[in-house]
Ligand binder design. Structure first.
Ligand SMILES: [Fe+2]
Length: 288
């Protein structure tokens, strides 16, 4: 049994004002923050998809996976406990995440992983991008994707495949030495990728998939106008064919803003690549 999709992420940061400006003014997300001290941003019918909470880690602090219903939640929790992971119900946390039922565990690197069903959809509060983004590809593909560092490659792979039911999509060997492993749980080419850990943090980057190439072009212009730090130029990835660019977030890790990724189906054959990009994704000296 596999999780349905990546539903939301939580980021800890001391840079709340910078994140508010970044999410609204660059990413084009809708600020739906409440009365507490967290920032929350909406990008589709789901109540929220990204939360920024005060903290000094400047890193991903939790990740939420939708598991469809109670039967699937029970099966996935059983898969995790069979592997030796402790899973705990937390109804207070469920309420704060706007979901009906939530179980939490921690992955091999100590990242809090939340499994839930019953996410609040509030389509009556229509997503309107403050920057005119036409939309984001979510639905059965979930929020987007995350790339996680790990110092425990074998345990991490087992946790996400045997525990959460992810399936191998493909691998990329970058520069002849850095191996990236791409995993899917729905038609999105990868919801999760794993890379060996040179930094000690959890998050390498997260990705938002816009609905049009123009959305990416306008975001690229906003990054220039806001004088954000580009991490790459525009480029096209070898494996998912996403056209995207990378920008440094206020916490130091990157966000990928892309369009046009291909999807996987039941006939997908696992592949290997020796480069991450077909073209582009260069250091941005020529683009600034
Ligand atoms: Fe990515």
């Amino acid at each position: 049994m596999n999780v349905n999709c990546l539903g939301y992420i939580g980021i800890a940061s001391e840079q709340l004002q910078a994140w508010q400006d970044f999410c609204s003014g660059f990413l084009g997300l809708m600020n739906v923050s409440g009365d507490d001290d967290a920032l929350r941003f909406k990008m589709d019918d789901q109540a929220w998809r990204i939360a920024i909470e005060p903290g000094d880690k400047e890193d991903l602090s939790y990740v939420g996976f939708d598991v469809r219903n109670g039967n699937d939640l029970a099966t996935i929790c059983h898969q995790l406990t069979t592997l030796g992971y402790q899973v705990e119900a937390d109804q207070n946390l469920a309420a704060s995440r706007d979901v009906a039922v939530l179980m939490k565990t921690t992955d091999p690197d100590g990242l809090q992983v939340e499994l839930y069903y019953g996410a609040t959809e509030n389509s009556e509060q229509v997503f309107v991008s403050p920057e005119g983004v036409s939309g984001f590809i979510t639905g059965d593909q979930g929020f987007g994707h995350i790339v996680l560092y790990t110092g425990k490659e074998t345990e991490k792979y087992q946790f996400y495949t045997e525990g959460l039911g992810f399936m191998l999509t493909d691998t990329i060997l970058m520069g002849g030495q850095l191996m990236l492993t791409f995993l899917h749980c729905n038609p999105r080419h990868h919801t999760l990728a794993l890379v060996s850990n040179p930094a000690g943090n959890h998050l390498n980057h997260f990705m938002l998939q816009a609905a049009s190439l123009d959305d990416v072009g306008f975001a690229f212009d906003r990054a220039h106008n806001l004088e954000l730090t580009l991490s790459t130029t525009l480029g096209c990835h070898t494996n998912d064919k996403m056209v995207s660019f990378y920008t440094q977030t206020p916490s130091g890790f990157d966000v990928e803003y892309g369009y046009g990724a291909r999807v996987v189906d039941e006939n997908w054959s696992v592949a290997h690549h020796n480069a991450a990009s077909t073209w582009g994704h260069k250091r941005p000296t020529a683009a600034r």
